[in-house]
Ligand binder design. Structure first.
Ligand SMILES: [Zn+2]
Length: 393
């Protein structure tokens, strides 16, 4: 049966249609238009969403977990179930730097879980973040376990993950890691520069060979110096690089976020949460993998104060781009929908016929009322649980 969602304000997100109507069927978007231009199909379930805003579902390409659940284990199932309440409908479960053998064991486990179908947000491939990082830019990761990326390591990881790896964050300047960039691209994997101390001229060369993304821009990368623009300068300069951005208000100063968005525009910036498995947990001391971390109610840190992933989820980042950086809702939305979907080449992130019916229905103060994944309601906020109930004739 088709769903006919009507009288809402719809952000495609490039265009705003009000009052707008959306027809979804078999998990896909069938039509979207102004209410007067699109009558309900026969036998469709009609839902009046006057006063609500509909957008594409948010896509988080860099997330380690939330609410005590770690994507590198059983917790992955719960992460799928919980993310829709934050408006996230698709995500890339992201690994943590651990000893090499442990990394492979965890990847095997993740692959087994990914092979089963799960309820909620859809995993769209594993994102590897470590151990192929630069010990000079470790962030929270333990430099003892770091090693240059080699063909053998890449093959071992992708084999353990049964082909589920879609993104790999690494420092191409370590060893001969950079030579793998074209191979990763040829295999449909996104090479992501991150935790890197590379010089600008090195990054410029890798862009020629297919480098297309940067992990948590500004954090754990060589900064911009006016005579050596570094990794940050390269990310700002090259249109081909999509810049991941954590907008939790702690990892990047609002002015730095604004400079990045002015340089690249919303289609060049992918909003990420980088949420730690402790995101959303009460203040206290916890373990993440083998790391001891401290949660204070707004950040997650190592005992020495280093930020260890983020505490906020993607919906908070979206609101921060509007409230702290001054983006319009449509601009902010593009960074969390269109940009990551295009980078991954998935038919999501835009409300357009033929695309997946992954949708978020928001209240005008930007809180999630309902979330749809492939046309099915996977989350209903307790405040709105009567709106979607089928009306009796
Ligand atoms: Zn991370």
């Amino acid at each position: 049966m088709a769903h006919y969602l009507t009288h809402a304000r719809i952000y495609t997100p490039f265009v705003c249609i009000e009052p707008g109507t959306l027809v979804i069927s078999d998990g896909r978007i069938v039509a979207v238009d102004h209410v007067t231009a699109l009558p309900p199909p026969r036998n469709a379930q009609v839902t009046n969403l006057e006063g609500f805003w509909i957008t594409p579902g948010l896509i988080d390409v860099h997330i380690h977990g939330l609410l005590g659940y770690d994507v590198m284990g059983e917790g992955l199932v719960e992460v799928c179930r919980l993310l829709p309440r934050y408006g996230v409908t698709a995500f890339a479960p992201t690994t943590l730097t651990l000893p090499w053998e442990e990394t492979l064991i965890r990847l095997r486990h993740m692959a087994r879980l990914l092979a089963r179908s799960s309820q909620g947000a859809q995993p769209i491939g594993i994102h590897i973040e470590g151990p192929h990082l630069s010990p000079k830019r470790p962030g929270m990761a333990n430099p003892r376990w770091m090693r240059p990326l080699t063909l053998e390591d890449w093959q071992a990881m992708q084999q353990a993950a049964q082909g589920h790896i879609r993104l790999i964050t690494f420092a191409p300047e370590e060893g001969h890691g950079a030579v793998l960039i074209p191979k990763l691209r040829a295999e449909g994997v996104i090479p992501v520069i991150g935790h890197s101390d590379a010089r600008f001229d090195q990054v410029a060369d890798w862009v020629q060979h297919g480098l297309t993304m940067a992990t948590h821009t500004f954090n754990a990368m060589r900064g911009l110096h006016h005579r050596e623009p570094g990794v940050v300068g390269a990310v700002l300069h090259f249109e081909d690089i999509v810049a991941q951005l954590i907008a939790d208000g702690h990892h990047v100063h609002p002015v730095a976020m604004k400079i990045l968005l002015q340089a690249k525009g919303p289609t060049g910036v992918a909003l990420i949460s980088d949420a730690a498995p402790l995101a959303g947990m009460p203040p206290g001391e916890y373990t993440w993998g083998t790391y001891r971390v401290i949660v204070d109610g707004s950040t997650v840190r190592l005992p020495d104060g280093t930020l260890a992933g983020a505490y906020a989820l993607l919906d908070t980042g979206l609101r921060n781009l509007i409230n702290l950086v001054g983006l319009s809702f449509q601009e902010a939305l593009i960074t969390a929908t269109v940009t990551p979907a295009r980078a991954l080449g998935v038919p999501k992130g835009i409300i357009r016929p033929g695309y997946d019916a992954d949708l978020v229905v928001w209240t005008p103060d930007l809180h999630v009322a309902f979330t749809f994944v492939q046309g099915k309601v996977v989350y209903t906020s307790p405040a709105h649980d009567t709106v979607l109930a089928p009306k009796l004739p």
